[in-house]
Design a protein around this ligand. Structure first.
Ligand code: SAH
Length: 505
């Protein structure tokens, strides 16, 4: 036990912002990391992949907080690695493209620390791509130059070779330095670059807040200051910029520019979030609930063990299905142990989960609410004297067991899991929501409404409410909210359809 584990430091590219542009290697390392030191440019949503006990250190600049100097960051990486830890240094874009990753690697090498580099998709190509600008094009240019507009203040003369840039032509992508755009474009013009050279600025490329402005070398600085355009942005100089008028795919998506809050559990949120993102929305994942084992796991396990003795097993949510089979397959190693019990599932996601375990769903009501199951059972000749096991959440509505009992069934409730309020905020979503606001908040259950309001975050002016169905809407209204959008189909697909319709998309 006393054998000292050698620490290792991974310099990992976090990509330009879009979570889909993170490498598999980066995700895998984040899931295992002991320590994560991350930059402002790395999408903090990724921290949700980390272990709950991982030590997470912010090494960027944030108003009112002390900023770590580069030397301090280098020392921190060395120190944590020496403790035998798996240290992830998470950097925006690619770690070796203008990110000082080279210096960090040198510090690790000098200290004799084992390290690895995980390249990332750099904003230098991703931001133009998401603005509809190919950095090369057979008809336009055959070279690309990356340069930085932000220089080491210690350098005595400008490190940007404006003469060379003017002669080189091709596409030139500038990182940093948008705040110095006026001086830079002036120098470029003075050194012979064309006045009408197309220029684009892309701010926060690849995420829902992306903003692009286009001009020429002569006009862009003025347009940027008139638009109050701020860092972080890349500037693209070159004829390829003109291709954007036909290739602007990302900013034309139906929900582009809408900031939408997703309040379900982190695990469940991914489907809703990624579909909203795919439609162009800027999604804030702010989980308000978390799934935990039921308070009486033993009782649940006993009911699962006896599942075969029931005529029906009713599942009301995918979580219930997961919790049920997790226990079931701990107790049994043969799916046939479920016996002759038939299976009912409320909602397509629940049914799908059952099918994922290669079991047939015998009853799936058209509507996704408990009332519909009762109706279906009635249609099928009633439930008199049938033994029914309902696997569901603790503290769920008890309409279903009551009605089925009322119809003469012998009902047992198996509390498969409990939903607890999520108050932790590993990804900084609370701060982001409080400072940036949102256009729309989605509620997918009554508990998401309750727990969101209990967080007491400020309600952004004009934020609209979208609910997955009438029960969730009723809870929202009880708590004083007005519901602007309600899904007709009470599942994620239905909610997304309703949101699209609401925005006329
Ligand atoms: N290693 C990073 C660059 C770090 S330097 C990379 O490979 O992308 C920081 C600069 O990167 C910013 O000033 C800005 O010019 C650019 N940048 C990073 N992320 C960006 C994004 N999402 N959109 C536009 N520019 C970005």
């Amino acid at each position: 036990m006393s054998r000292r584990r050698e620490g290792k430091c991974f310099l990992v590219g976090a990509g330009p912002g879009d979570l889909g542009l993170v490498t598999l290697r980066a995700k895998e390392l984040l899931e295992q990391a002991d320590v994560i030191v991350y930059d402002a440019l790395a999408n903090p949503e990724m921290l949700g992949w980390a272990r709950l006990d991982a030590e997470i250190i912010f090494a960027g600049k944030r108003a009112g907080e002390k900023t770590l100097s580069q030397d301090e960051i280098n020392a921190l990486l060395v120190e944590k690695s020496r403790l035998g830890k798996n240290v992830i240094r998470l950097k925006g874009g690619d770690p070796f493209v203008f990110g000082r990753g080279g210096e960090e690697a040198e510090a690790l090498a000098a200290a004799g620390i084992d390290f690895e580099i995980v390249p990332g998709i750099t904003s230098a190509i991703a931001a133009p791509a998401y603005a509809g600008i190919p950095v090369t094009h057979r008809d336009q240019n055959s070279q690309v130059t990356f340069f930085t507009g932000h220089e080491d203040p210690a350098k005595s003369e400008s490190a940007i070779d404006f003469d060379a840039l003017a002669k080189l032509g091709g596409t030139q992508v500038m990182l940093m330095g948008v705040d110095r755009l006026a001086a830079i474009t002036r120098e470029m013009l003075a050194h012979g670059s064309r006045k009408n050279l197309p220029v684009a600025l892309v701010r926060l490329g690849t995420v829902g807040q992306q903003k692009t402005i286009v001009g020429t070398l002569e006009t862009i600085a003025e347009r940027a200051s008139a638009a109050g355009f701020e860092a972080p942005a890349v500037a693209i100089f070159g004829d390829v910029v003109s291709l954007r008028k036909d290739l602007n795919w990302f900013e034309n998506r139906p929900l582009f520019g809408k900031r939408i809050v997703v309040t379900r559990t982190r695990k469940q949120a991914s489907g809703l979030s990624s579909q909203l993102r795919a439609l162009g929305a800027d999604v804030i994942q702010l989980p308000t609930i978390r799934i935990e084992p039921p308070s009486d796991l033993r009782e649940f396990a006993e009911l699962v063990q006896d599942a075969h003795s029931y005529d029906w097993i009713v599942f009301t949510s995918p979580n219930g299905v997961d919790a049920f089979f997790e226990i079931f397959f701990k107790l049994y190693d043969d799916a046939r142990e479920i016996g002759a019990a038939k299976i009912a599932a409320i909602g397509p996601a629940t049914a799908q989960r059952v099918k994922d375990f290669h079991l047939h769903v015998d009853l799936q009501p058209e509507e996704f609410v408990a009332e519909a199951v009762v109706k279906e059972f009635e249609k099928g000749g009633g439930v008199e004297n049938l033994r029914i096991l309902i696997a569901r959440a603790e503290k769920a509505r008890d309409l279903l067991p009551k009605q089925l009992s009322g119809m003469g069934a012998i009902v047992d409730e198996a509390f498969a899991y409990q939903t607890v309020p999520e108050t932790r905020d590993v990804t900084g979503a609370h701060r982001r929501f409080s400072t940036e606001g949102a256009d729309l908040i989605t509620f997918t259950s009554s508990s998401t409404v309750e727990n969101f309001l209990d967080l007491k975050l400020p309600w952004p002016a004009g934020m609209k409410v979208a609910s997955i169905g009438p029960i969730t809407s009723a809870t929202a209204r009880e708590r004083g909210l007005s519901v602007d959008v309600e899904a007709k189909r009470h599942d994620v697909a239905g909610l997304i359809e309703a949101i699209r319709k609401f925005y006329g998309a």
